[in-house]
Design a protein around this ligand. Structure first.
Ligand SMILES: [Zn+2]
Length: 396
């Protein structure tokens, strides 16, 4: 092994192979004869301040079954131009820092960083055992300019993303169920989702006894009601401002925030508005009361409470609220499933904020594939490190 400082201020490490070593096919491990030898180079961890390259003459062998193939080297995964230790370093940095920062600090191009992330995810997915989730959550998130969507399937028990698919159509979720297989679908105890018809149709078609397993969770119902309250507020604010009344200006978040998360002072200050006869105050009261109708020990109790709520909401004369009320009526069984058993919703919310973080970290993905990869990378709970990482420490 020789160390040499080359022209471009890189340390070049030449690795020579033991000439007496028997060569084997990397795919079937059969002993093979040498076909030819080619020089290959890999970027390795820096030596002091210098970029470091590993250079070796690597034989190709002729395997009866697999043709001419390059033998495996113990320091790098097949096809990679980086050593396993270098890839592991990039993976560790990617967990902490923005894509562009990783590229800049390690003198890599964006594509190189993306390639390392992509390989890491591919390895992780191959290594992952067959998944047999019992409780899943289906979520959508927007991609790029908010008019394209992707669908995420989360394992709610293990709090990780199981599957990512393009779009939010029936075919999208059906593709997940197809991968899960008939047996996997039969093992699902609950599927928490938004009241979104394509997801409902896909689940009815693939999951046995779907109507007893579909759960329209609190998180999604809170989202719909929050949007309805905001719609009422905006319309009312416009009318008030036209009359010179600015009471509702800058109050958006007070109406949308969970009261538990508002400080006592601000809650006090909010009292005149929420106790007022404004339409938004009425919409808010209906939303907040819906937030109490969960965790019933008995389904009958949940049914009675929600039936009361529905009557109130549908007579509210607030069109956005009535719209959500009708949506709940049409998805009645799934809402009752959610309200009367302990299906966790907090996780869904946590996952959502992590997805937002991933979007920020990447400052826009050039394509869906990379966004998928980033989600699996950060939230898939995968084993991402190179296969050859362990053997990288062995003597060459
Ligand atoms: Zn072979």
């Amino acid at each position: 092994m020789t160390l040499r400082l080359a022209e471009e201020h890189a340390v070049v490490v030449r690795v020579a192979m033991d000439p007496g070593r028997t060569l084997e096919c990397p795919r079937c491990q059969a002993a093979c004869s040498r076909y030819d030898v080619r020089e290959r180079r890999w970027r390795h961890l820096d030596t002091m301040q210098y970029r470091t390259l590993l250079v070796a003459e690597v034989p190709r062998v002729r395997c009866d079954e697999h043709g001419v193939v390059q033998i495996a080297v113990p320091w790098a995964d097949p096809g990679s131009r980086f050593t396993a230790l270098f890839e592991a370093l990039v993976i560790d940095w990617l967990k902490e820092a923005r894509f562009t920062a990783v590229a800049r600090r390690l003198s890599l191009s964006w594509d190189q960083v993306a390639g390392i992330q992509e390989r890491a995810v591919r390895r992780g997915l191959i290594r992952r055992e067959k998944q047999t989730p019992r409780r899943i959550g289906v979520d959508e998130t927007s991609f790029r300019k908010h008019y394209e969507y992707i669908t995420l399937v989360n394992d709610l028990e293990r709090d990780r993303v199981l599957w990512v698919g393009d779009d939010r159509r029936k075919a999208t979720l059906s593709a997940f169920y197809a991968e899960l297989g008939e047996q996997g679908c039969a093992q699902l105890e609950s599927v928490a989702m938004d009241m979104w018809n394509p997801y409902i149709w896909a689940t009815r078609e693939n999951v046995p006894d779907a109507d007893n397993r579909i759960v329209f969770d609190k998180f999604h119902i809170a989202q719909h009601l929050g949007r309805a309250v905001d719609e009422v507020r905006r319309a009312e604010n416009r009318e008030l401002v036209a009359q010179g009344d600015h009471r509702l200006k800058n109050t958006k978040y007070m109406w949308l925030t969970n009261p538990d998360k508002i400080s006592a002072d601000r809650w006090q200050g909010f009292a005149p508005l929420r106790d007022s006869r404004l339409r938004v105050a009425r919409a808010w009261a209906i939303k907040e009361s819906a937030m109490m109708l969960w965790n019933y020990a008995r389904r009958g109790w949940a049914e009675r409470a929600w039936a009361q709520w529905y009557k109130w909401a549908i007579r509210s004369r607030l069109e956005p609220i009535k719209r959500v009320a009708r949506m709940i009526r049409d998805c009645w069984a799934g809402v009752m499933n959610a309200a009367s058993r302990d299906v966790t919703n907090a996780r869904s919310e946590g996952m959502n904020s992590k997805i937002q973080w991933i979007k920020r970290m990447a400052c826009g993905y050039r394509n869906r594939e990379r966004f998928h990869n980033a989600i699996y990378f950060h939230l898939g709970g995968l084993d991402l490190y190179p296969i050859s990482l362990k053997s990288a420490h062995t003597k060459v």
